[in-house]
Write a protein that binds this ligand. Sequence first.
Ligand SMILES: Cc1ncc(COP(=O)(O)O)c(C=O)c1O
Length: 435
Amino acid sequence: MRIDIVHIGAAELTYEIRNIVIVAEKMQQLGIKTNMENIGDPVAKGEKIPPWMKQVVADLAMDDCTYAYSPTRGLLETREFIASQTNSRGGVQITPDDIIFFNGLGDAITKVYGMLKRTARVLGPSPTYSTHSSAEAAHAGAPPVCYALDPYNNWYPDLEDLRKRIKYNPAVAGILIINPDNPTGAVYPEEILREIIAFAKEMDLFIICDEVYQNIIYNGQKTKPISDIIGDVPAISMKGISKEAPWPGARCGWIEVYNEDKDPMFAQYIKSVLNSKMVEVCSTTLPQKAIPKILTHPEYPAYLEERKHRYEKFSNIAYKRLKDIPGILVNRTNGAFYMSVAFEEGRINGDQTLPVKNKAVRELVAKLISAPDVAPDKRFVYYLLASTGICVVPLSSFSTTIQGFRITLLERDEAEFRQIFDTIATGIEQYLASG
Ligand SMILES: Cc1ncc(COP(=O)(O)O)c(C=O)c1O
């Protein structure tokens, strides 16, 4: 090329949650029967969409207006519905003009970081959901800046670390919180959120709070949406229907902007996010039409309750099966539907293996692990997949140096779920004992 055409942040765009599928598919072709526990799509894992919900969508599909563009911010009636839901909690009050719809939160995340000045950084958790860390790092053309989540303390944010990272890095303009969290399944107590907000206020920062799992909390845990406690700190809450309805294929999510009027520069930045959506015209119309109808349907509360009940039960099965295995750190999942298992420091290395019967698969693994810079946990994930067919995601691909893996709790069949966790438990023990 005459000049360099590669974006400064190109190398930061990685998404191991889907990359690992390419490896799994190769193994399938070589005869391995796989259990895909890598991706947070309840529908792909067999969640049955209830007939009443399908009927809502089917009826809307018969209405010509759902085939039209929608306003750039999103349909007014839906934004009015969402604003009234948020306002009814009694915290910060918003209008429909404080809401912008996107084609899934993936789209919102790309634009929210993409419109930030390149030198302004958002401090995110580590480990973190890679769409956030990749988009933030790509905007800056530099690796993500992070605060630690502590596997020795329920994966809660290490507040001392967070404070230090902000104090000593003047480029930090905002803090990202994901609550409930992906990849850890942690639900943050109100006091932790309040401390982060207070620190943001003290340091004149804004907050991004990804609350896409806000209604998927169980095991008696309590937290607060950021709108309840944000006070006058400028903030963006991210919400959507991918996980809750669940309807990830709708590509529909939104941001709620709090306290835009409290800081002119924040207001200017939010306007640029809106303008970047306007240049693209608008987001998907039909799912926006469906949101009030689904969320107020008389059968919706019981449906969501049943799913939460199942995640609660399965989170306890998974926790009990893994918690006493020496060499790993296990926290019970209390929200969303992921579990992050960490290896204690120094427990995995470049020599450990699991038995792989199929010769072609063995050769494939040998090739994969001989690539430069294969993290020890990625090596474990390849062996687990080759030896047992269970596909999980290396924790190191979630912006952390902590070695481990993330698994979903989405398998619906209890016997199959127990079998998967028995197999993983044995796999971990065998792997750690092998070298
Ligand atoms: C924390 C978090 N935020 C956002 C998303 C993306 O959601 P969407 O389907 O709306 O793009 C996910 C998907 O896994 C997620 O876990």
